[in-house]
Design a protein around this ligand. Sequence first.
Ligand SMILES: [Zn+2]
Length: 190
Amino acid sequence: MSMPSKWEIAQFWEQGRNRDEFAPHLSLVEPCCFACGWFSECWEEKTPRARWRRARLERAHIVPRSLGGPDTADNLLLLCRPCHEDSPDWADPRQMARWIATRAERPSKEVETFQAWFAAASEAPEFRDAVASVATEQNAQERVMDLLQGLMAQAGTHFAVGTSPGTRVAVLRTAAERIRSWDKHGMSDG
Ligand SMILES: [Zn+2]
């Protein structure tokens, strides 16, 4: 017997009697981790079925296969990677429900990225000051965004981590130096 698809699992829990215990964050429209609510983005897909198929969520057994748990929708949840790794492998399903009930919510990828940049900005206060010094100039916002995008394109990435916290700080500090070198009153000419 083959495992049910992610979409089939989502549909099962949408109507499931124990939905509140095992899938408190479930919404069929937007694929998300049942345990922490993390949104997996696949917005280019038109139908919910296609979004769930491509969602970066893993099928996780409530009762593990090694302890006799079946590959059926009522024994499978959709979890993000960190939740799947932390979840209990235990024969009593109530332990999974209790674990989900106390699992902290995790924001979406976009919010995590925003928070990472916000943290970097507190490490590079000169960037905020430089932006403030040009705030009243024409096209300042577009020029700052172009500058940041250009610097990000020059940054390296850590394997499997993407942009590291130190890289974000370096980008903001470099941007601050560049903004300070702008000719303040010739901005709209460039
Ligand atoms: Zn999760």
